[in-house]
Design a protein around this ligand. Structure first.
Ligand code: SF4
Length: 341
């Protein structure tokens, strides 16, 4: 088997606060293969974004204890210097954030923001960098790029700003792109256009993508592989087809039941997962999901509140749950029958 482009091993990201230690990520492992998209899905506070800030070395170093390994083509990013990371960000890896308006400087033209990133990492001349900015705006589908390159962010629509962010992220041809809820603030039509754009660009460039979202519908559209996060841990992993058609974890079942499908019958209501995500300051004992799980009484020996289930993977597939394989197959079949369709 080939070495994965990115390999994260037993990552722990803990913050110290006045109230105690927040275990934002607590023993997470995953890989991203070259040219593939890993979708990381979970509710707010599940540790998705913190994981990816750690990959980029953008976490708050003063208040963060970080442990484990993050290997990018074999280089451990956790032992890299700030200078090495700075070089890697842009050249090898880049990020698109949810809020383009907050991420773009209102004081500089779109073109300048693209070209400055390019110059910083390549040493290109101003003229070369401007030409590159126009080329990138064209590539991400901005009409009249040679004119719009001199616009300020407020002169762009929300969808165009997100395209401009993608242009900045891709201007140095990074091999890993981390997209953190990049379409959440956009309406459905623009969201679909941005997702199509990312897929087209990936086909062109072979970039690996980590796509962070709370929305399994987006995962269904963009991901090759899926990691479901809950309470700072991975609770289920597999290919997109495995996770969406044969989900194995009660939390994933909950996410699927709360997700509308195209053409859903309106008389079958969606069922949101009851309760709220766990406190990462005082996480529940045993299985972190047990206070919200409807299946605890199906597990013999009352193990859910006391024993943390291990994530046992076979060929990259598995779920962290005490239910037996037979129970999971049975309950997943019931779920398929009761989902809106
Ligand atoms: Fe639910 Fe228990 Fe499985 Fe956790 S281990 S998901 S509480 S059944």
């Amino acid at each position: 088997m080939s070495t994965p482009f990115l390999s994260v091993r037993d990552l722990r990201v803990h913050f110290s606060t006045e109230d105690g230690t927040v275990k934002a990520v607590d023993g997470l492992s995953f890989e991203v293969e070259k040219g593939r998209t890993l979708g990381i899905v979970g509710e707010s506070g599940s540790g998705k974004s913190v994981t990816n800030l750690a990959v980029l070395g953008l976490h708050d170093r003063e208040h963060t204890a970080i442990d484990g390994e993050i290997l990018l083509e074999g280089q451990d990013l956790l032992t890299a210097t700030e200078r090495q990371l700075e070089r890697l960000r842009g050249n090898k890896m880049a990020m698109i954030f949810q809020d383009a308006l907050a991420s773009l400087s209102p004081y500089h033209t779109i073109g300048r923001q693209i070209s400055e990133t390019y110059r910083k990492h390549t040493g290109a001349s101003r003229k070369e960098a401007r030409d590159r900015a126009v080329e990138m705006l064209k590539r991400v589908g901005i009409p009249q790029p040679d004119l719009r390159v001199d616009d300020y962010p407020h002169q762009f629509s929300g969808g165009m700003r997100q395209r401009a962010m993608i242009a900045i992220a891709l201007v140095c041809d990074p091999e890993l792109l981390i997209a953190d809820e990049p379409t959440t603030a956009l309406d459905v039509t623009v969201q679909a256009q941005i997702l199509d754009l990312l897929k087209d660009l990936q086909q062109e460039t072979g970039t690996s993508i980590i796509f962070i979202t709370h929305d399994l519908g987006v995962i269904a559209d963009v991901a090759d592989d899926v990691l479901v996060m809950y309470g700072g841990r991975c609770v289920e992993r597999g290919t997109k087809a495995e996770v969406l058609t044969e989900p194995q974890h009660p939390y994933t079942w909950g996410l699927l039941r709360s997700m509308p499908r195209l053409g859903s019958r309106v008389d079958i209501p969606l069922s949101p997962i009851p309760g709220t995500p766990p406190s990462l300051l005082n996480p529940p004992t045993g299985c972190c999901f047990h206070p919200r799980c409807a299946f605890t009484d199906q597990v013999s020996g009352a193990r859910c509140p006391t024993e943390r289930p291990a994530l046992e993977l076979a060929d990259g597939r598995g779920a962290a749950c005490h239910l037996t394989d037979g129970q999971r197959t049975e309950f997943a079949a019931d779920l398929a029958g009761s989902r809106p369709h």
